[in-house]
Design a protein around this ligand. Structure first.
Ligand code: FES
Length: 254
């Protein structure tokens, strides 16, 4: 009798809902948010990159179009959007987010796979390409440098120093993008990885300090990821509203 009671109890125990030990929020909320937010951003980005030929409203420039490259009638975003796209697609945080939310594969740590699928990690095409994240980081650093240049130019109103709402958005955007980019796990590994001793030489000590600074950003890498995604969207929407004449830019010029 005791044996039969155990065998009937076990399936019921497996069907118990899995509780997230880190949050009291319902389990469906996070994956739903990820699907909606990333899905909406992806649709907007496709519209901008492939169908919008204008992204500048002097002295402002959309982050989708920086650096500005104009070749015939090809939308300028086509030449540059691949870098941040590859960077976010291969980002360690976003990988966790979209694997769990879009594919439910893997669904989470220590949670049974739906449909008895076997998780193979990122060992097969196309996911094995995620290992190129470090190279996407190099390309994105170059783009972030251009965005800092754009933010400085956004204070130049026809040769006079000034400040508008667009200036504030562009500065906030590049700060958030820098926090996201320079908190990258791959960059942290570049700075402090494969070092056996942090204090044995001047260069090791410099790398240790850099690693510590990157770690400050890296701890909240997910927040930087979402905040910078939102700031890219907001900055671009604002500049396009100016181009369309739907808004007036409040500004002060010396
Ligand atoms: Fe997220 Fe590199 S891990 S940007």
């Amino acid at each position: 009798m005791a044996i039969s009671a155990r065998t009937t109890d076990r399936p019921a125990a497996i069907r118990q809902p899995v509780r997230n030990p880190y949050s009291a929020l319902p389990n469906w909320l996070y994956p739903s948010f990820v699907v909606l937010a990333l899905g909406a951003f992806a649709v907007y980005a496709v519209w901008v990159v492939f169908f919008q030929r204008e992204g500048d409203y002097a002295p402002y420039l959309s982050p989708f179009d920086s650096p500005l490259i104009k070749v015939g009638s090809i939308p300028p975003g086509v030449w540059v959007a691949w870098a941040p796209f590859a960077f976010r697609l291969t980002c360690y945080y976003y990988r966790k987010a979209y694997f769990r939310s879009f594919f439910w594969h893997p669904r989470s740590c220590a949670v049974p796979e739906p449909g008895r699928r076997r998780y193979r990690g990122e060992t097969v095409f196309p996911w094995v390409l995620n290992n190129f994240h470090r190279f996407a980081f190099y390309a994105t650093v170059v783009q972030v440098a251009f965005l800092w240049f754009d933010a400085v130019v956004a204070f130049d109103f026809g040769g006079r120093f000034g400040f508008g709402l667009g200036t504030g958005l562009m500065v906030a955007n590049v700060i958030l993008l820098s926090g996201y980019t320079f908190g990258c796990h791959a960059f942290r590994h570049l700075a402090g990885g494969e070092l056996d001793c942090f204090s044995c030489s001047r260069s090791a000590r410099a790398r240790f300090q850099l690693w510590r600074g990157i770690t400050v950003l890296n701890i909240r890498h997910d927040r930087w990821a979402w905040a910078s995604l939102a700031s890219v969207l907001l900055t671009d929407v604002y500049i396009r509203a100016l181009i369309a004449g739907a808004l007036q830019d409040p500004r002060w010029i010396a």
